[in-house]
Design a protein around this ligand. Structure first.
Ligand SMILES: NC(=O)c1ccc[n+]([C@@H]2O[C@H](COP(=O)([O-])OP(=O)(O)OC[C@H]3O[C@@H](n4cnc5c(N)ncnc54)[C@H](OP(=O)(O)O)[C@@H]3O)[C@@H](O)[C@H]2O)c1
Length: 308
């Protein structure tokens, strides 16, 4: 039987100004939860108190955890924003690991009532893993994406020694019209030049933004939930199926040609794994907890998003 925690939550979101953070902030506020952000810059939402931190300088506003019971850890430099130089790779990892480390240090040094950390992680943990269905206990890959996710989850798990409940969501591609990967994938389709990428057979682990919110709320409210959960819809599709569904939804043609893999490799280097890698991920574990997906199938998800 699932245990629900008290109704009034006070949630601190790291990286709350991003795509997922904005959606979660609105959803938490709507539920009547108190929301504050931990950010590198002042916020502009009058309903949200924004505390500042500077991770590189180990600086954090010590009041950020006052009255907080749950921390949602989303902060992290954008995985696909810049080329993966050695310096960028360090930034990608440290923005996720040193950041939560700073919070744990604060929790140790200051009276507080923080009881749970619900953190993002990525399906990059499994990275390019072909047609095999990846479960939470499947072994991680060994490339940079996997190394980043392993370090991230490990840093978050340090909270166990503080008796915190830890939930980690290995997140797939969050589908939202306002940003993220979907708007980039939709662009060529909208211009009538949509085509599959590489051989088109690579699996895309996706989730509708409303189910992403639903899972965060589920993870926060069900206090028996702990450990890692894949955050993906139960019906993954291949890149070709994805592009075809999008073209159909947008009433555009899909070119029978495929954008060859070398184009992405040339443009993106090592980062091309994000586009060309195949990751087929199971949603069984969260479904076993009786989480119900509103949008289990891609056509239905795209229909809701593009509103026809
Ligand atoms: N969206 C997806 O499809 C997806 C899929 C898998 C995993 N995830 C993970 O989920 C988390 C949230 O995703 P998102 O799409 O909302 O990301 P996002 O839009 O890029 O937002 C991330 C936030 O992290 C903070 N940030 C950026 N660079 C930082 C740095 N160098 N140091 C510290 N903080 C930094 C920023 O907040 P401030 O400017 O307020 O500091 C930013 O708004 C990320 O860690 C992401 O990797 C997302």
């Amino acid at each position: 039987m699932s245990q629900h925690s008290s109704l009034n939550k006070s949630i601190l979101i790291t990286g709350g100004s991003g795509l997922i953070g904005k959606l979660l902030t609105a959803a938490f506020l709507e539920k009547g939860y108190q929301v504050s952000h931990l950010s590198r810059k002042p916020g502009n939402n009058p309903q949200v108190k924004t505390y500042l931190w500077n991770i590189a300088k180990n600086e954090i506003d010590e009041h950020c955890i006052d009255g907080i019971d749950t921390i949602v850890h989303l902060a992290g430099a954008g995985i696909a924003d810049k080329r993966w130089t050695a310096e960028r790779k360090r930034e990608l990892i440290e923005s996720r690991t040193k950041s939560i480390g700073l919070i744990y240090k604060l929790i140790k040094s200051r009276p507080n009532k923080v009881s749970a950390v619900v953190s993002a992680s990525g399906v990059g943990y499994y990275s390019d893993s072909g047609d095999e269905l990846m479960h939470e206990e499947s072994p991680p890959n060994s490339d940079f994406m996997a190394q980043c996710c392993i370090a991230w989850e490990h840093a978050v798990d340090e909270g166990k020694s503080l008796s915190l409940r830890i939930v980690k969501f290995r997140t797939g591609v969050v589908l939202d019209k306002k940003g993220g990967a979907l708007s980039q994938m939709a662009l060529p389709v909208k211009f009538g030049v949509g085509a599959a990428f590489g051989n088109g057979r690579q699996w895309i682990p996706w989730i509708h933004w409303q189910d992403m919110i639903g899972m965060y709320l589920f993870g926060i409210d069900n206090i028996h939930l702990t450990g890692v959960y894949n955050m993906v819809a139960p019906n993954p599709v291949t890149n070709k199926q994805f592009m075809r569904a999008m073209a159909k939804q947008l009433f555009r043609p899909l070119w029978p040609l495929k954008v060859p893999a070398f184009v992405f490799k040339l443009l993106l280097g090592e980062m091309s794994i994000i586009v060309l890698g195949s990751t087929k991920v199971s949603a069984q574990k969260i479904e076993n907890e009786r989480f119900i997906f509103k949008y289990p199938d891609l056509p239905g998800a795209l229909k809701q998003i593009y509103g026809s």
